[in-house]
Design a protein. Sequence first.
Length: 120
Amino acid sequence: MTKEIERRKFLQHCFGLSLMVSTGGFLLSSCAGRKKTVANKNTSPVAKVNPCEDLTGVDAVDVEKRKALGYVGLSPIQDKQCGNCKLWIPVKDGKECGGCLLFAGPVSEDGHCTYWAPQV
Ligand code: SF4
């Protein structure tokens, strides 16, 4: 009878330990998951893409023209920007970018390419 009680206590003890271990592991994994969630909420949103650099929907031929002409979003030459180029298409109301007569797609007023020509 004593052996039976000791065996029962031993089994209860083992069961209790395994329950504690598994519960602890579950709680730890839950906390880790919560940290990730909180971390994700605190992470600043992905930087907004410059709309004048967003070529979504622009034909590949025009993207290549843009590259071939050496278009850059910020002119390296003072006083020679798209905004004062003969081929510039001004920014329309409600838009953030203008355009260029040489290729389709958004163009920054501060941009530049090798075809820059003075306005007359
Ligand atoms: S030709 Fe070049 S510099 Fe002129 S508006 Fe077009 S991209 Fe800008």
